[in-house]
Design a protein around this ligand. Structure first.
Ligand code: AMO
Length: 440
């Protein structure tokens, strides 16, 4: 059986050149209407690009009287060469059918090359604002990134999993967890698939997941969302966190390749420069990073358990200068700053076998080696003043033999924001959820 995936007669904007001189039908949104004295141009937008139709006769003009931008139209006409038209062709002798009229004008002009609106206006009007080619493009890049991530990990023998987003206990340190009423019981929105992906190492050895995670972030910053998309992976039979960093490097290389292949036009539109991924991403230990910062910046961060955003930016500039790399691994973060499941550094247990990946000034990935022995979990929880009760389901895996393992999570919105060079992750999020925004 032949399965049709589109209307037999509809020609997409990008395919118009194949029909030069022929009668064709296009369908899309009225992107722009330009009315001159004796001629009106209608520019239609579909998922592949723009097509222009030229209306000249009184009948043609009467048919589009009062038809405003974003009206959904079908236009039949002849694909005629015109160097000035988008794509080098335009529709002449058009007959226009309104498929769906609009009920309100657009909040700003979607046809302007740059977006003539502020961030709050864009976010308040997301359903229509996202139709602007420049606001849509980041999400095409996000989709390509996820496709590349999947393909890279599929190729390395990983199994894709889907785990619960309603959970019985917090999975990450910190109090940024959303509590919910679950049939009269206290439950939480998952801060990460951390416990599940680790448990599934016991089943599949290598797993990954792409999906939403939730953080009750009380601060309003350009890099925090209350819900974001986490690209997670976890793998067993590792030597230490360096094996995990190798898989992460391959995943990121796959993402860059897929963006180049599937979202080249969008990158061009946004003037997004794709990074080169070094054969080995440079690495610096947290303690050495602190020494560098103390020696070369006005502050002395030694004694601090984490890097401040300004430190991450400085270290990225340093990696560019020293290693010509836009990526930098910082390894060995202090154990006390990392969640209880983190594996200590064998020779310096105050540090951990963990890492962050910094890209263009921002942390985009956290990962590391995990504890894998049941008794180590009991001890780690006790050291943090916690019992095992809340973690019984999770700890079952460790009672039944778990290999040395580790994994990572990459924040998709941060990745896209850095790739396209926007400061605010909200511009890489379809419908951001933050401290003040729950709609649309
Ligand atoms: P972590 O909490 O560091 O680690 O998160 C991993 C990555 O997710 C992104 N991220 C965010 N993006 C937008 N808004 C937020 N509020 C936000 N919080 C985090 C960042 C960050 O690097 N379970 C561990 C990962 C692991 O060890 O496998 C975890 O979730 O890009």
């Amino acid at each position: 059986m032949l399965i049709s995936t589109t209307s037999a007669t509809r020609v997409l904007a990008a395919r118009l050149p194949e029909h030069a001189g022929e009668p064709v039908t296009v369908e899309g949104w009225l992107h722009r209407r330009r009315t001159l004295k004796s001629v009106t141009f209608l520019v239609l937008r579909d998922r592949t690009g723009l097509v222009q139709a030229v209306l000249t006769t009184p009948e043609q003009l009467a048919a589009v009287e009062g038809v405003g931008e974003e009206t959904v139209l079908r236009v039949s006409g002849v694909a005629t060469a015109n160097e000035q038209a988008p794509g080098g062709l335009e529709l002449t002798e058009p007959s226009v059918t309104v498929l769906s009229s609009r009920a309100a004008p657009t909040p700003f002009d979607l046809y302007r090359p740059t977006v003539p609106a502020t961030l709050p206006t864009i976010l308040d009007h997301a359903p229509v604002a996202l139709r602007h080619p420049r606001l849509r493009a980041p999400h095409v890049i996000a989709a390509a990134s996820v496709a590349g991530y999947r393909a890279a990990l599929d190729g390395l023998g990983f199994t894709e999993i889907h785990t619960p987003k309603i959970v019985g206990s917090a999975t990450e340190t910190g109090a940024n967890v959303f509590g919910i009423d679950y049939f009269g019981t206290r439950a939480y929105l998952a801060q990460s698939p951390q416990f599940f992906k680790q448990m599934m190492v016991g089943v599949f050895e290598r797993v990954y997941e792409t999906g939403p995670v939730f953080r009750a972030e009380p601060s309003d910053t350009a890099r925090h969302l209350a819900q974001y998309t986490s690209l997670d992976a976890e793998l067993g039979f590792i030597r230490d966190h360096h094996d995990v960093m190798g898989v992460l490097s391959a995943a990121v290389a796959g993402m860059i390749g897929a963006v180049r292949e599937r979202a080249g036009a969008e990158c061009e539109l946004l003037e997004a420069r794709l990074p080169a991924i070094p054969s080995r991403i440079p690495e610096i230990h947290f303690a050495d990073a602190q020494k560098l910062l103390a020696a070369h910046t006005a502050e002395d961060p030694r004694g601090e358990p984490d890097l401040a955003p300004a430190h991450e930016r400085w270290l990225c500039e340093w990696a560019m200068r020293e290693h010509g790399s836009e990526f930098l691994f910082v390894t060995g973060y202090p154990l006390r700053k990392r969640p209880f499941y983190t594996h200590p550094e064998p020779d310096r247990p105050e540090y951990s076998n963990s890492f962050d990946l910094l890209f263009r000034g921002l942390e985009i990935v956290t990962g590391g080696q995990r504890l894998h022995r049941y008794e180590d979990y009991v001890a780690a929880l006790a050291a943090r003043g916690e019992g095992v009760e809340a973690y019984e389901g999770y700890l079952q895996a460790f009672q039944h033999g778990m290999p040395p393992h580790g994994g990572f999570a990459l924040g998709l919105e941060r990745w896209v924001a850095r790739l396209i060079g926007v400061e605010n992750v909200r511009l890489a999020t379809l419908f951001p959820r933050d401290i003040t925004r729950l709609s649309p």
